[in-house]
Write a protein that binds this ligand. Structure first.
Ligand code: NAG
Ligand code: NAG
Ligand code: NAG
Ligand code: NAG
Ligand code: NAG
Ligand code: CU
Length: 383
């Protein structure tokens, strides 16, 4: 049987005439995972084996029908009523918004801390389950491979503005200033304006309503939220400002360095997330590929459907890193409970409970439950 790597390399080489080291690491990692399972068994053999494992694929590898199925399911979440009561978030108008609210409410306890990777693994999976169980989606969570499109994200099938994209760039707004990332107080990188700046004008999400935020958007032209916590109703278009500068911060070389040079979970999660004067970090680089209103907002980023494609790649990158050395990288944790340990909190543990909140629903899981994509509630791999 031809290995998936050879098949993938052949496909990639005819599409791009280029092989990405990131994908080679992914394939080596997957081979390690298969060997590990053949020697030591599946982590949860009663619920997850190669017979039923889901395969998450890059958007460009979905057929037209699969893309339309996905897009329709996201729009369905955008139409279904919210379960979050107005007393919690008056701006939550859809089932999709329930997910945004839980991210906003938990931002300080799920980023720059011990459960960033595990909580987002669980969050991505929860969204995937909602698409499937509440909106009839037949496929699995697709991702956006940063490395493939780093030189020109607008040419990616995800962001090209076609009817099988998630809409593309915003309308070009001239005369804008550069802005600091992550913010003017910590100006690690000066981001020049991208090629958009206004509302998306074509594709399936041109009429989508962003209801919540802004909270910490770099786009200061967005009308403020009626509520200071950003949870009030503030309906508006999706604004994007595609940025090659940011996309290049998540290029093959940088992702590969992140995976290869991070000897432990502490180095991996910190290098992944923390900007410095040399590099924006792959996590921030990926978010700011679309920049704009929601795209640059630490709290409200899930309001733009690009979020899920980016964070599926965050999860894939963690999966690749774990697969390089499964025995030592599965049950490992570093960091505290709070963002940059502010305010100071105890160290996170594998027994900590993570929640999607009462209104998204689903059962709580522990950090340990999220230590493998073949264990806990999960059963998937990345192709
Ligand atoms: C750009 O920055 C200059 C100098 O700070 C300021 O005067 C101007 O109003 C800014 N323009 C925009 C569109 O924000
Ligand atoms: C983690 O690895 C980094 C290098 O990637 C190293 O500098 C650091 O000392 C290690 N930390 C621990 C706690 O082992
Ligand atoms: C928390 O973790 C750090 C880094 O691993 C360690 O140095 C420290 O002793 C831990 N604190 C407690 C209270 O266990
Ligand atoms: C889930 O965890 C949250 C926060 O720890 C807690 O408030 C809630 O009661 C838990 N839900 C269930 C069903 O155990
Ligand atoms: C999570 O881990 C706990 C403790 O090991 C276990 O009892 C529970 O079944 C796990 N949950 C899932 C969904 O696998
Ligand atoms: Cu997040």
């Amino acid at each position: 049987m031809r290995s998936s790597f050879l098949a993938a390399a052949a496909l990639i080489s005819c599409t791009f005439a280029k092989t990405f080291e990131y994908d080679i690491l992914a394939d080596q990692g997957f081979a390690n995972l298969k060997l590990h399972v053949s020697q030591k068994g599946f982590p949860s053999p009663e619920t997850c084996t190669w017979e039923n494992v889901a395969k998450r694929r890059e958007w460009s590898r979905l057929t037209r029908a699969e893309k339309l199925d996905y897009i329709g399911a996201v729009q369905c979440l955008g139409r279904l009523p919210a379960r979050t009561p107005a007393s919690v978030a008056a701006g939550a108008r859809s089932r999709y918004d329930d997910l945004v609210v839980t991210h906003i409410l938990q931002t300080y306890y799920t980023h720059g801390n011990g459960n960033f990777l595990s909580w987002h693994r669980y969050y991505m999976w929860t969204y995937e389950q909602m698409l499937r169980n509440e909106c009839g989606y037949k496929g699995y969570l697709p991702y956006y491979n940063w490395a493939w499109w780093a030189e020109d994200p607008a040419s990616s099938p995800l962001l090209d503005g076609s009817d099988t994209s998630i809409s593309g760039d915003g309308e070009f707004v001239p005369g804008r200033n550069a802005t600091c990332v992550p913010n003017p107080k910590s100006c690690y990188q000066i981001m020049v304006p991208g090629t958009g700046g206004g509302c998306v004008t074509s594709g399936p999400f041109k009429d989508w309503k962003v209801n919540l935020g802004p909270i910490t958007s770099r786009d200061t032209t967005v009308p403020p939220n009626p509520s200071p916590d950003g949870l009030g109703h503030n309906p508006r278009c999706i604004k994007r400002d595609l940025s090659v500068q940011s996309a290049l911060e998540a290029r093959d070389e940088y992702i590969t360095d992140l995976i290869k040079d991070s000897a432990n979970i502490s180095a991996f999660q910190d290098t992944f997330q923390n900007p410095n004067y040399e590099r924006l970090s792959v996590h921030l680089g990926g978010h700011n590929i679309i920049s704009g209103d929601a795209g640059s907002d630490f709290f409200n980023s899930p309001s733009d459907p690009f979020f899920w494609f980016h964070h599926a790649s965050v999860d894939r990158t963690w999966w690749i890193w774990q697969n390089q050395d499964i025995d030592s990288r599965r049950f490992t944790i570093a960091g505290t409970l709070t963002f940059m340990n502010n305010p100071p909190t105890r160290n996170a543990t594998l027994d900590d409970i993570m929640t999607m909140g009462e209104f998204v629903g689903g059962s709580n899981i522990t950090v340990a439950n999220a230590s493998s994509t073949l264990a806990g509630p999960f059963c998937y791999v990345y192709e």
